[in-house]
Design a protein around this ligand. Structure first.
Ligand SMILES: *Cc1c(COP(=O)(O)O)cnc(C)c1O
Length: 384
């Protein structure tokens, strides 16, 4: 039975994994070593130095490749260092078309690091795919997509973007952090690179910072492996182990995140003090049909605006929440609440931010896997 043919819920546990060759350990040992003994110069068992390769990291990389239906996985010290490696495929003068509503740190990396090296970024609302084409020219090399977007929960049609990318012979990279491969597998829809902040749902327990890239193409994988080793932003064996352990329960956690997400979204949308709820599962969400066709469910990320809300109102609500912890990040088993304007998206200028809808009163929830009744009771008391 080939492990490549397993269903997703089995791949999370078995994909790319074999019991350890030395003692049959079912979980890969944490190979906490920087170097490996050689019998003669160059005579080693596949590992020379842990920046270039480490067995625990490789076990994770194989699992990542398996769950995203890719051929090659690469694990990094953080989601941003994984993105950094992708942009290092480019040269000065090259251009990138990126989603406008994206993780604040991604925006900062593009604008404040890579623009200095002569790479140009265009930010467009990709929920209308036509807007991407307007920015494509001879210098364009990469399309960077985040869907659902953070924090506005816009949904971008990956198949349509992949077709456009192929027509212009561009690379298409998708940040799949919000959806995870449980909900959406961009490589199957035509993307070249999938990126993850495994810090979020893949790790799933808010106890590790780690990033990942997954690709199908050998030549592209080789270029990225070269950058991973040459730049050196690799994750350690302990962190690799934690994410590997997290992935094993991804499917059961995601199922509950989606159920609870639906309960909380439906509660909020019917609440008299709420102006607007952003969640792709609503039938009047602008790209609900695309969400339905490219995702298996709608996830546990929700944003909302209180009626007539100000910056202060939003701050008051997130401070009043007790079960929802006020914190950056998302995707852990515990529910979190955030205020994008002052937290995750503070690095984006107010004017830029508001263009994509990230107003001062917007609140973002990462709905965890607690009992939904307790989550709703917490929102009830905070909104009262
Ligand atoms: C958190 C996050 C990142 C950055 O990942 P780190 O692991 O924090 O470096 C990138 N994209 C999205 C969508 C994120 O949520």
């Amino acid at each position: 039975m080939s492990k490549n043919d397993l269903h997703f819920n089995s791949k999370t546990i078995h994909g790319g994994q074999e019991p350890d060759a030395a003692y049959g350990a079912v979980m890969p040992p944490i190979y906490q070593t920087s170097t490996y003994a050689q019998t003669t110069p160059g005579g080693h068992k596949g590992y020379e130095y842990s920046r270039s390769g480490n067995p625990t990291r490789h076990a994770l990389e194989k699992s990542l490749a398996s769950i995203e239906n890719g051929q090659y996985g690469l694990a990094f010290a953080s989601g941003l260092s994984a993105m950094d490696a992708v942009i290092k495929l480019l040269n000065p003068g090259d251009e990138v078309v990126s989603t406008n509503d994206l993780y604040g740190g991604s925006y900062r990396l593009f604008r404040q690091i890579f623009e200095k090296y002569g790479i140009k970024f265009h930010f467009v609302g990709m929920e209308d795919v036509g807007r991407i084409e307007e920015k494509i020219n001879k210098k364009t090399k990469l399309i960077w997509v985040e869907t659902p977007t953070n924090p506005m929960m816009n949904v971008i049609d990956l198949k349509a973007v992949a077709a456009l990318s192929a027509t212009h012979s561009l690379l298409l990279a998708v940040d799949n952090t919000f959806a995870t491969p449980y909900l959406q597998r961009p490589l199957d829809l035509g993307a070249d690179i999938v990126m993850h902040s495994a810090t979020k749902y893949l790790g799933g327990h808010s106890d590790v910072v780690l990033g990942a890239l997954i690709v199908k193409d050998k030549e592209l994988a080789d270029k990225l492996f070269f950058i991973q080793n040459a730049s050196g932003a690799v994750c350690g064996p302990m962190d690799s182990f934690l994410v590997l352990r997290g992935i094993k329960t991804l499917h059961v956690r995601m199922q509950r995140h989606c159920e609870n997400g639906r309960s909380v979204a439906e509660y909020l949308v019917n609440h008299p003090k709420i102006e607007k709820v952003y969640w792709p599962g609503f039938s009047d969400h602008p790209n609900h049909d695309i969400a339905r066709s490219q995702m298996t469910d709608f996830g546990g990320m929700i944003s909302f605006i209180p009626k007539g809300g100000t910056y202060e109102d939003a701050v008051k609500i997130v401070e009043k929440l007790e079960l929802f912890i006020l914190a950056e990040s998302l995707g852990g088993v515990e529910s979190l609440a955030g205020h994008p304007a002052s937290m995750t998206h503070a690095s984006i200028p107010k004017e830029e931010r508001e263009k994509s809808g990230v107003v001062d009163s917007l609140i973002r929830l990462s709905v965890g896997i607690e009992d939904a009744r307790d989550l709703i009771a917490d929102l009830e008391q905070a909104l009262a």
